[in-house]
Unconditional design. Sequence first.
Length: 119
Amino acid sequence: QVQLVESGGGLVQPGGSLRLSCAASGTGFSIYTMGWYRQAPGKQRELVADITSGGTTRYVDSVKGRFTISRDNAKNTVYLQMNSLKPEDTAVYYCNAPRGGGRTYFDSWGQGTQVTVSS
């Protein structure tokens, strides 16, 4: 069973940057499309960026041009570089492997990492 461990969150002022990391245990990481999700208080969890095994990336409109997803298959790790952060980016951020229709390949979610953007 794959375990996901997110890290790198924190409190940052508007306009600041953070780099999130997600380390996955187990085998087969490199074959999966991996994604970063976020869940703000009172809202549903949403997929904000994903990256295929070959490195093709996609972003939700609200983060395009500000966030960059990348992966290191040798380290079983996926990253999210977040720049020009806005208060509306405040959320708990998670990683998983999206499979379409709102589903994920990995049943277990990590604990997430809190990102708070506030002055």
